[in-house]
Design a protein around this ligand. Structure first.
Ligand code: AKB
Length: 315
């Protein structure tokens, strides 16, 4: 990658990804885009262009002007939001993706888009979920993610677009709070631990899902995009994960730092139902083998990093 356009640059992953890319590749070689311009990040604020990913003409115009060699298509609605408005989800997640794949085809760009553990469903093996397995999700988000993976394979095989992707687990960050995801509790719990010393969790205490710290997620995207294409046999999305964790596990880890921390449960049936169809732990051995994926943050390190950073941020 030398010159990169990003969609959804102010989203949960986009914000930290854009920052790191500007650092590595130079501010002038990164073009952040999003549907709004509200950010405290000065470098991103100076460069950001408005782009609704459903608007193909505008996307094409920005790419023609900026002349990137890579598009990182991050704009998407998350799982719980998709369930609230499934047709809007289809419009943004699918039409946005097709537009991004089309500009990649027309302008010969390398292409990345994230899939998710949400691309799996009830009939998928729940433990150590293989790279290639049954994917029959029953959520709109899952339907979008599986269709997206298939489209990436199609564009690679039919048009030779250099498509790459990962299936992200829940991501944990203190910079940007997520919105509308099923795994959001794993971020909220840290914010509330520092703000109020207690947290009411919307998933049951023993719901195990894969999680990862945002720095590992950003590094994974860059590492995958910098890998020689001949090393990659998977063009839809690689399973990646750092830890498999439950609300109870986060609670006991946080308690080691804040002994009075309290957690209660008020389960949201919509998000619990989504979580119950997702794997408890996925197998990321193909990502390790093909492009050296190796997360650096385990539960202990994630907890300490989050609490230390939020103590400063929220004081
Ligand atoms: C969500 O919860 O929707 C996302 C995801 C796992 O894709 N964080």
């Amino acid at each position: 990658m030398k010159r990169i356009i990003i969609t959804g640059a102010l989203g949960q992953i986009g914000t930290e990804l854009t920052d790191k890319l500007m650092d590595l590749y130079g501010v002038d070689n990164v073009l952040p885009t999003d549907v709004h311009k509200n950010t405290d990040n000065k470098l991103i604020a100076d460069k950001i262009e408005i782009l609704d990913v459903r608007d193909f003409e505008r996307m094409d115009e920005l790419v023609s002007e900026f002349q990137p060699d890579t598009i990182l298509h991050m704009a998407a609605l998350l799982s719980a939001t998709c369930e609230k408005d499934p047709l809007l989800a289809w419009d943004i997640n699918m039409n946005g993706l097709v537009n991004a794949l089309e500009v990649a085809r027309i302008h010969n760009l390398k292409f990345f888009t994230p899939s998710s553990i949400g691309s799996f469903g009830d009939s998928t093996p729940k433990k150590n979920t293989p790279q290639t397995t049954i994917q029959r999700p029953n959520t709109m988000y899952g339907v979008n993610k599986v269709s997206g993976e298939l489209l990436c394979d199609y564009y690679y095989e039919k048009f030779g677009v250099d498509t790459r992707g990962v299936r992200f687990p829940g991501l944990i960050s203190h910079i940007k709070e997520p919105g509308g995801g099923t795994t959001d509790y794993a971020v909220d719990i840290f914010f509330e631990a520092i703000k109020t010393g207690s947290y009411t969790c919307f998933l049951e205490e023993d719901t195990y899902l894969d999680m990862m710290y945002i720095d590992d997620a950003v590094d994974a995207i860059i590492q995958l995009m910098e890998t020689d294409p001949s090393n990659l046999s998977i063009r839809n999305a690689f399973n990646i994960t750092a830890i498999s964790a439950s609300p109870k596990l986060f609670y006991s880890e946080i308690k080691k730092h804040i002994p009075d921390f309290k957690v209660e449960y008020d389960v949201d049936p919509v998000r619990q139902k989504i979580a119950d169809t997702w794997p408890e732990s996925i197998d990321s051995s193909e990502a390790k083998k093909q492009w050296g994926f190796e997360p650096k943050y385990d539960l202990e390190k994630i907890t300490k990093t989050m609490l230390d950073a939020l103590k400063v941020k929220l004081k």
